[in-house]
Structure formats: structure tokens, C-alpha cells
Design a protein around this ligand. Structure first.
Ligand SMILES: Cc1ncc(COP(=O)(O)O)c(C=O)c1O
Length: 375
């Protein structure tokens, strides 16, 4: 949808895009300056595949300080984005025929990465009635002798759901009991509103020994293009992930890592300013969406997406969310992502990582568009 929106914009059409999954802020200046001075001082060569030792040290200190767990240097791999960290984890853990539990709606990359590793996604569905969080019994029912791992993404793309500590503890206990891995995608950990993030690895040493924590710089510091993510996992899993990465990409870009060191040590007030801005856009957008007839949306507790239930507007010529997203792009000139992409049919995902004026105008276009749908 982003690509289609850009093509229409290039033709001079005034399209507002709410499809992209990235913050709209510039990367903070201090981070850019650190990378520029790294280039100028010659940090332009290969570095250890697992990442610059100084960055691994900054990650070690960061998870201790912000996430409440400790890890050794032999537990960290810096990769080309959190997506790459997840790929490494699934490649080394999943054997053909293994099952990996996913909570739907989910970020679509998980299912494809599981299949790329020869595994099978087993989907646990959630709805707005539980704010898109599962009940532990649903996860128990999804277990089988072939279950290798569960992927948990809190805060969640696309729903904005953020799990309570109690659910995290229940899932951790289940994973320990059944010997399954927890892949904890925490890429949105700092973009959270009125809720506290809990890292699985902070619960206990036993839980940490079965957890691959994936974090990164993309969302928190508005660094999506820098491609810096990282994993914290038990040393043997880390070693396998590092070996794999060694033969595929080697190190993530060296001078981008210098920027990442600066990011992890950034003045917390800068991150807070961006987080607070997302929260105020969220509040404004929620009020506007809730004023649209026959549309509903749960309050996102994290990330920067509205997952809007438009099912009451579907049927007839516009039979599903994919057709609706296409129609809205062509006719109302707003780009959204259909919920089906995330196994959440009947919904549209709208990113609120956009200027407040654009959010206002975009939601007005959505409201008007929904009244003009062909029958
Ligand atoms: C849930 C989730 N995990 C991981 C990623 C990947 O992040 P990165 O850009 O660091 O690869 C994204 C990006 O959209 C995401 O939404």
C-alpha cells in the first residue's frame, strides 16, 4: 500500500498514507552526529559479526537498566534490524515439522519466517473483546508435541495490545512446563501508553534460559533505515545465531552501530518527547475514529497503530477489507493496510505516525469515504 500510495503521489495525487510502519520523526541529531563522526574517523570496515564490542556492552547495560535482567556478552548478537534477529532465531531453533504459536492478529513476517525455517505457524486468535490478548487456555489448547516456540509481541503491531505482567508470567510458566522457547519481540517496548512493559527474561533465570529477546533501534529512536536490531538469548543459541549470521550478512553496518551506541545512551527526555507525541496523536485520533458511525477501535496501549473494525461497512461491492483498502486508496486517497494481512479480517490498520493535521484530514476522508461506498 505504501508503494501504491507513493506511485499515486508521484502522479501528483494528494494521497495521505497511514500504511507505513515507521515513526515520522527525524533520527535524533546526536545519533546522526555519532555515525557521521564514526565515518570520518574511519569506522568504515568490517567489525565482529556479532557487533561492535562497545555496542554489545551498551546493550548489556541497557537491558540491565531498562528491562531488569542481566546477560553476558556471549548472549548478544547485533543484526540488520529486529527482523533479521527474528530470522536468525527461527532458523536456528525451528526444524522442519516444528510448530510455532502465533497470536493473531500478528505481524505478517512471523508466519513467513516460520515457514522459511520449515516450521508451521499455529495461530491463536484474539478479538477486540479481550483487547486482542489471548487467554492462557487458548495457548494451552494450541500446544502439541511438535510445539517448538511461541512468539509474543507486546506491544503489538498491528493491534497496539500490551500484555499484563500476569499474562506474561502465565505464558512463561507454560513454556517452562512444556520446554518451549519464548521469542519475545520487544521492538515497541518504549512506545507504550499508561502501561508498563515486562520483559520475559526479567522474570527469572529459568525463564531467561528459554527466551530469545528481540529489541532494536528502529522504532524507539526513529532509526528504521539504519537497520540495527539485536537479540539476547542463551549463549548456545546466540552462538548458533552468530554462526548463521556470519555466513549470511556478517556484521550490521559498522558506523550505524556507532549511531546505535549513542541511541542506547540517549537523553531519555528525547525518547519521552516522541513517545508523548505519539500518545497525544493516539488520543486525538481515537476520539475522531469513534465518532464515525459503525466503526469501532480498541484503545492501543502501545506502538503507533489503530486497528479499526470496519466489518459493518463490508458486503456487496466492497466485500472485504482488502477491497475496502483498495477502494479508499483510489477514491478517498488514503492508504491503509487491510487487516487480513495480519490475520485480522474486517479491519484496517492506520498508523498514527503522521502529523496531527494529516491524521485529522485522513480520518475525515475515511469517514466520508465510508458513506460513499458502492453498494
Ligand atoms: C512487530 C515488529 N517486529 C519487528 C519489526 C522489525 O523491525 P526492524 O525494522 O528493526 O527490522 C517490525 C517492523 O515493522 C515490527 O512491526
Amino acid at each position: 500500500m505504501t508503494a501504491k500510495a507513493r506511485a499515486m503521489q508521484a502522479q501528483g495525487i494528494d494521497v495521505l498514507s497511514f500504511a507505513a510502519g515507521e515513526p515520522d520523526f527525524n533520527t535524533p541529531g546526536a545519533i546522526c552526529e555519532a555515525a557521521i563522526s564514526a565515518i570520518e574517523s574511519g569506522l568504515t570496515k568490517y567489525c565482529p559479526s556479532k557487533g561492535l564490542p562497545q555496542l554489545r556492552e551498551a546493550i548489556r547495560a541497557k537491558v540491565q537498566r531498562e528491562n531488569g535482567f542481566s546477560c553476558g556478552d556471549d548472549q548478544i548478537v547485533v543484526s540488520c534490524g529486529a527482523k533479521h534477529s527474528l530470522y536468525n532465531a527461527l532458523q536456528v531453533l525451528v526444524e522442519p515439522g516444528d510448530e510455532v504459536i502465533l497470536i493473531a492478529p500478528y505481524w505478517m513476517t512471523y508466519a513467513d519466517q516460520i515457514r522459511l525455517a520449515g516450521g508451521t505457524p499455529v495461530v491463536v486468535s484474539t478479538t477486540a473483546a479481550t483487547s486482542y490478548t489471548p487467554h492462557i487456555d487458548q495457548i494451552k489448547e494450541a500446544l502439541s508435541p511438535r510445539t517448538k516456540a511461541i512468539i509474543v509481541n507486546t506491544p503489538c503491531n498491528p493491534t497496539g495490545a500490551a500484555w499484563d505482567r500476569s499474562l506474561i508470567k502465565e505464558v512463561a510458566a507454560l513454556a517452562l512446563k512444556h520446554g518451549i522457547w519464548i521469542i519475545s519481540d520487544e521492538i515497541y517496548e518504549r512506545l507504550i501508553y499508561g502501561h508498563n512493559h515486562t520483559s520475559f527474561a526479567s522474570l527469572s533465570k529459568e525463564v531467561a534460559a528459554q527466551t530469545i529477546t528481540v529489541q532494536g533501534c528502529s522504532k524507539t529512536y526513529s532509526m528504521t533505515g539504519w537497520r540495527i536490531g539485536f537479540s539476547i538469548a542463551p549463549a548456545n543459541v546466540t552462538s548458533a545465531m552468530a554462526n548463521l549470521q556470519d555466513q549470511v550478512t556478517s556484521n550490521a553496518t559498522t558506523f550505524a552501530q556507532a549511531g546505535a551506541i549513542e541511541a542506547l545512551n540517549l537523553d531519555p527526555a528525547i525518547v519521552e518527547e516522541m513517545r508523548a507525541e505519539f500518545e497525544s496523536r493516539r488520543d486525538m485520533g481515537l476520539d475522531l475514529i469513534r465518532a464515525i458511525p459503525d466503526v469501532s477501535v480498541t484503545t492501543p496501549l502501545g506502538a503507533f497503530y489503530f486497528f479499526v473494525d470496519v466489518s459493518k461497512h463490508l458486503g456487496g461491492a466492497i466485500s472485504d477489507d482488502v477491497a475496502l483498502a483498495d477502494w479508499l486508496l483510489e477514491n478517498a486517497h488514503i492508504a491503509t493496510v487491510p487487516g487480513s494481512v495480519f490475520e485480522g479480517p474486517g479491519h484496517l490498520r492506520l498508523s498514527y505516525a503522521a502529523h496531527p493535521d494529516e491524521i485529522r484530514e485522513g480520518i475525515a476522508r475515511l469517514q466520508k469515504g465510508l458513506t460513499e461506498l458502492p453498494s
